[in-house]
Design a binder for this molecule. Structure first.
Ligand SMILES: [Zn+2]
Length: 130
């Protein structure tokens, strides 16, 4: 049985939630979107920023865009990085831009961790040689 959509609400956040689409916090006081879905005897509440939910639906409803994003993500990141232009200079749907931002930030964190590790190895080798 496939998931069945039960209801959509737009409450005001009383506490902080995490956005399903962009993973960023939904701050208290902001209107957000909740989709309640039933699946195999359980209900699930999916919370998202209103604009993220809209962008997510745009992406999900556009199979070509979704596929292009999945297949082309790495080369798109390379192209953007090589261009030296900010991500905002590219005409991308918001949800794609946000996901790329996250992917780029993750990549940078990994690079930094690798650099730190290499540096620690060089230092350890120097100390061993001294
Ligand atoms: Zn969001």
């Amino acid at each position: 049985m496939s998931p069945r959509h039960l209801t959509t609400r737009h409450p005001v956040a009383r506490k902080q939630h995490q956005c399903w689409e962009c993973t960023r916090p939904i701050e208290p006081g902001t209107v957000y979107r909740v989709d309640v879905t039933a699946y195999e005897g359980r209900t699930y509440s999916i919370k998202a920023h209103v604009e993220c939910a809209d962008a997510g639906m745009t992406l999900a409803s556009d199979m070509d865009l979704q596929q292009a994003f999945d297949e082309g993500r790495d080369s798109l990141i390379e192209e953007i990085t090589a261009s030296g232009e900010p991500l905002t200079a590219f005409d991308l749907p918001d949800v794609v831009r946000r996901r790329l931002e996250d992917a780029i930030a993750e990549g940078e964190a990994r690079d930094q961790a690798r650099r730190a590790e290499a540096l620690a190895r060089i230092r350890a080798a120097k100390e061993a040689a001294a």
